[in-house]
Design a binder for this molecule. Structure first.
Ligand code: P6P
Length: 331
């Protein structure tokens, strides 16, 4: 059997620069949290965690028991490294303070969606965890310290709890994927230097929103549906898993375009997906793999945030297709 590269060995070989010591410690805690979340999910209905709590999170979404359980796991595992000065979670309204005794080493901000796609858990469809790491100007971060553009990210990644449990991340030098070996409990490098193909015949969008979309999105999808007899001169396939992590991972592996565009139904909210801990980390990963990530009008990573939970229009994936979407928005 060829020599396998463990996650720890990969970090030792590849992490460079000023953030390497902190990232090594923080990513060890993040991986530990994701392993615990995988276990919490894996027992499914047997653990009695499938229900809803009846409460609502800051997004106005009904919280599932697992939303809270995974949020608690992520906070507990990630506060002790001494490098995390503050956190933001999709599940919590305001900044999560880290106890002073745990902040002696350094200053990083950890933003995360602990269980993205959680409504899929009770129907046994893949879900994930998304995380983003920013540098903090001090170790008592305030709201404004979190509102950095996606270009400022030091690291971004996701865990995918699918047919296998995977971890995919970037620290700005490409994208690498690791698969959890359930026997040893170790993640091993299985997808080195992931590259997103420039062309695709597959798009991912929730078609039920068609009548609410803006004209450029309707035009793009119409042309895809016209197939080889239409302008695009090729047939397209469609996927929609309702789990961003699963969609983006599929697109990284075989190409495609993921779209959750703003529409007349979402106009007031600004979109469906959250900038700080969904769109930004996924855009960093997609761009590092050679893809493009846009609102249609602007590169997502260049958006200057105005709120912890602000929402944005999202189109990302194979460069030539997303560039076409950008062109349609500019016309
Ligand atoms: P819809 C999950 O709730 C999520 O935030 C993304 O993971 C997913 O792509 C999207 O919402 C699904 O939204 O409207 O199809 O249920």
């Amino acid at each position: 059997m060829t020599q396998r590269t463990s996650f720890k060995k990969f970090l030792a070989q590849h992490l460079q620069g000023e953030h390497s010591i902190a990232l090594s410690a923080m990513l060890g805690d993040i991986v530990n949290a994701c392993k615990q979340i995988a276990i919490a999910i894996d027992s499914g209905a047997l653990a009695g965690n499938m229900g809803s709590l009846g409460s609502e999170n800051v997004q106005g979404e009904v919280q599932k028991a697992l939303d809270v359980i995974t949020n608690d796991i992520f906070i507990e595992c990630n506060q002790r490294s001494g490098y995390v000065a503050g956190m933001v979670s999709e599940e919590m309204d305001s900044i999560i303070e880290v106890a002073k005794k745990y902040k002696q080493n350094g200053q990083y901000l950890l933003l995360f969606d602990p269980l993205d796609g959680s409504s899929n858990v009770n129907v046994n469809i893949s879900v994930g965890t998304i995380f983003s790491i920013l540098k903090s100007p001090n170790n008592k971060p305030e709201l404004a310290d979190f509102l950095q553009p996606g270009t400022a990210q030091v690291c971004a990644g996701y865990a995918l709890y699918g047919t296998s449990t995977m971890l995919v991340l970037t620290t700005g030098n490409g994208v690498n994927g690791f698969t959890l070996d359930n026997e040893s409990g170790e993640f091993y490098l299985t997808h080195a230097n992931m590259q997103l193909v420039k062309d695709t015949e597959e798009f991912a969008i929730n078609m039920s929103n068609y009548r609410f979309w803006e004209a450029p999105v309707q035009r793009y999808i119409d042309e895809c549906l016209q197939g080889k007899d239409g302008k695009r001169k090729k047939d397209f396939n469609m996927r929609w898993v309702a789990s961003m992590v699963a969609e983006v991972h599929r697109i990284l592996v075989r190409g495609g375009v993921f779209m959750y565009p703003i529409d007349t139904k979402l106009q007031v909210k600004g979109g469906k997906l959250r900038l700080m801990y969904e769109a930004n980390p996924m855009s960093f990963i997609v761009e590092q793999a050679g893809g493009v990530a846009t609102t249609g009008m602007q590169r997502i990573l260049e958006i200057i945030p105005t709120g912890l939970h602000q929402r944005v229009s999202v189109m990302m994936g194979s460069a030539n297709e997303v560039d076409r979407l950008i062109a349609y928005h500019q016309n």
